[in-house]
Design a binder for this molecule. Structure first.
Ligand SMILES: [Zn+2]
Length: 437
């Protein structure tokens, strides 16, 4: 097996950076090297040292002066919503009814699902994202399509067929039993196949009956190693409707708690309007709150209080995601730019090292996959993004006055998008698609 030797400025995080001067939180090499073999990083460090470990025939790729980081991780997105993104003028529940549910009915057609899965993964990789936790549609075919496409590309992705049996049109409904059976079949076929991970995916409490949440609960008990993903506390009308549907629940979080759906591999999209009790319950169980800034702004859902959740006595584990198509951009750079502004509206800041920690190691830790991705450590999977902070004339001009790595990162976050992504490696293979593709 041939190996590949990458050269460039490498940046990878060891832990949360407290400040921009917290140098021991990351590893940065001005002239760094990464030796890739069999889809893994087998050596990392100063180029001169790594080069010595390369075999004779290693393919050398010089990315200087660009930055090499772990591929970005998007912990919450809906692949069937590529033709829903940029739909005008509604809040969450109307937006689902007017745009999303009708669109998702198309995914009973396997060919349509395969086409959109292909275009979706092209799009995320083009933007430097190498792992996504994706919601499919209710149809088993949509998850088949997503996993087949993901497996063909050898991507580490997490996905699941959405479970939903009420409060939506006929074409996107399953039943408690069919949701259980289809999920079981998909788990058997795809979980652990190559780099694929299955996530048990009840869409949210409004579209799942108590009987269906009971089935989701059974799936979680039968497969404790799997992820569970759903939505929680995104919008006031959603919260009110949920409590009407589950009158015995003390609050929205209690609905999921009652069915045993909280835990370290449980991913809760949004979590904007949590009470202190709810935040405690998430914290006590190690559940993950997924911040989706572009979506929260676009749908007018509210401002996720990132720093308060992080600093409270019982802190939350936080991931940050696009939530395409409620989210308005596939780019994790654009997502963190909007995230920075949401945090600013809450009177706080997120420094650039914290942002890039979040996009890489932070999201990997939140998804419990940091053993495989999210760092450039030796032994990690070789999922890597190459970033160019001079990708556009405006960025190049601004870079003339940027002296530090912190400034460069902040510029990338504030002005960057897919144009700043020079190359992407998925399991060691160059994978950035052509714009024309
Ligand atoms: Zn979502």
């Amino acid at each position: 097996m041939t190996s590949t030797l990458l050269r460039g400025r490498t940046l990878s995080f060891l832990r949360w950076p407290e400040t921009v001067d917290d140098h021991s939180a990351w590893r940065y090499e001005d002239d760094g090297g990464l030796l890739l073999r069999n889809g893994r990083i087998v050596a990392a460090g100063a180029y001169a040292d790594v080069e010595k470990k390369a075999d004779e025939g290693a393919k050398k790729i010089d990315h200087r002066p660009h930055l090499l980081l772990p591929g970005f991780i998007d912990p919450h997105a809906h692949f069937p919503q590529m033709q829903v993104i940029a739909s005008y003028g509604a809040e969450l529940l109307d937006w689902l009814n007017a745009y999303t549910f009708p669109e998702e009915t198309k995914f009973q057609n396997a060919q349509h699902g395969r086409r959109i899965a292909r275009l979706f993964l092209d799009e995320v990789v083009r933007h430097g994202t190498t792992t996504v936790a994706a919601y499919c549609s209710v149809h088993r075919e949509s998850a088949e399509a997503f996993f087949a496409e993901s497996h063909d590309r050898n991507m580490l992705n997490i996905a699941g067929k959405v479970m939903m049996d009420r409060n939506a049109p006929e074409g996107v409904l399953d039943t408690p039993q069919s949701a259980y059976d289809d999920s079981k079949a998909l788990i058997a076929e795809w979980h652990g196949k190559g780099r694929q991970h299955y996530a048990i995916t009840p869409r949210f409490a409004i579209t799942s009956s108590p009987e269906q949440l009971e089935m989701a609960s059974a799936l979680c008990r039968e497969h404790p190693d799997l992820h569970m993903q759903t939505h929680l506390s995104e919008n006031h009308a959603e919260i009110a409707f949920t409590l009407q549907l589950y009158p015995k629940a003390s609050d929205y979080t209690d609905v999921y708690e009652h069915y045993g759906l909280l835990g370290r591999k449980s991913l809760f999209g949004h979590c904007i309007h949590l009470s202190e009790r709810e935040a405690d319950a998430l914290s006590d169980t190690g559940s993950v709150a997924v911040f989706c800034p572009t979506s929260n702004l676009f749908l007018g859902s509210g401002l996720f209080d990132y720093q308060r959740y992080r600093r409270r006595e019982k802190p939350l584990r936080i991931a940050t995601a696009t939530d395409v198509g409620g989210g308005t951009n596939y780019s994790m750079l654009r997502t963190m730019d909007e995230g920075y502004k949401v945090i600013a509206l809450n009177g706080e800041k997120l420094n650039p090292f914290q942002s890039f920690w979040q996009l890489t190691r932070g999201n990997a830790e939140a998804l419990s996959i940091v053993e495989r991705v999210g760092t450039l450590d030796q032994g990690s999977d070789a999922d890597i993004v190459v970033l160019d902070a001079c990708a556009t004339p405006a960025m190049r001009l601004r870079m003339e006055t940027a002296d530090t790595l912190a400034e460069e990162l902040f510029l990338l976050q504030t002005l960057g998008d897919d144009r700043a992504v020079r190359e992407v490696y998925v399991a060691g293979r160059a994978a950035k698609p052509d714009m024309a593709a």
